[in-house]
Design a binder for this molecule. Sequence first.
Ligand SMILES: [Zn+2]
Length: 417
Amino acid sequence: MGKTVFIIVDGMGDRRINQLNNNTPLGYVLKPNIATLLKEAACAYPSVLGKLAPESDAGVLADLGYDPVRFSTGRGWFECLGLDMHPREGDISLRVNIGESTRGKLKSVRTYLSIDEFRTLEKEINNKVSLPVEFEFKAGEGYRAGLIIRAKSKTFSAFISNTQPGYAVKFFGENKLGFARQVKINIVPKVKALKSTADYTAKILNIFVSEANKVLAASQVNKEREKEGKNLANCIMLRDGAVKDPRLFDINKRFNKKWSAVLGMPLEKGIAIASGMKVFDTGESENVEKDLKKKTEAAIRALQQSDCVYLHIKQTDAASHLGNFVEKCRVIMLIDEIVIGNLLHSLDIPSGDRLVLTCDHVTSSSLKMHVNDRIPVLLASRKFGRCGEFGETYCSKHALKNIKKATDIMPFVMDKL
Ligand SMILES: [Zn+2]
């Protein structure tokens, strides 16, 4: 049986940009190794969440074959799982952003902290914030953290609003999905109960935020940052609280293949754990070349132990959120050179191995946000003849007809290729 590498490049898809000859970053850059794959390949161009602009959790779930509407109970579950925090049903598990605000006005939703700074703040919040129930706050990478508030006599409710501007929630029965929304507000609102059964949850979370913000403001970490003219980490934003286990089906059993995941971000790690994959946590290196080399080496090691490897690459999304399409182009070229270039030596497409290259959602570099556009997918398999190109424009004209939704990709790859 052939091996499969399934690469999800975060927010790789984009819109056309004038400075790139009205092309997208993926369509514009030279990709010699991807060009080699095109000898036996086809393209797909599915939608992820229809009209909603997906967050990464929905995009990754869909790409891996889990309908986000059916499975997602809130991103916070996966974020906390990926931070090794042990979410439980009835507790509320949330994704946290740390940003900066001045006199009530939000200046930034992301304050990048060093590991040492973040660990110090984590300790201070866990020691100094006083709540009537137990909680655990855990630092993640850069500006991302996880929060679990443990249920005591009352269980918590997921029917609460997000407080990070630009991220809204939508409910599907008891299920819950976050999605990106363009907003102009620059204040961080309080958590609102969206049902009366969530009043207690909102109340506890609002106490946490106000206490934690006081701890942050008083911290030596921020005093040092202020002295050095760096932006402050004094504003907690919460999103996508989950109280239920999403109960993903076991991907190994579903497709009768042994899966591994190579990644460094908590959300994607949480999804991989919940789906039953063996995780190779590489962490994230700041240097893109170093990071891609480390991930590629781990993917090659993982391939020796499993039939299928899910490889997640983050940097394209970060560049898009900063509006830096030049950096996005550079990352895509490095993916071609380092990741695809090396995987080509480990995979044998003509003998039955497969490679899938896609993204979780489209992040527009001009808008600096996720949009609801279709995602480009490259499927390399000996079942196909030559594919002309790989980019959004080509995909929009030459996509396979039987992959209409992102959730169609995985069953197609596993059952048909
Ligand atoms: Zn993403």
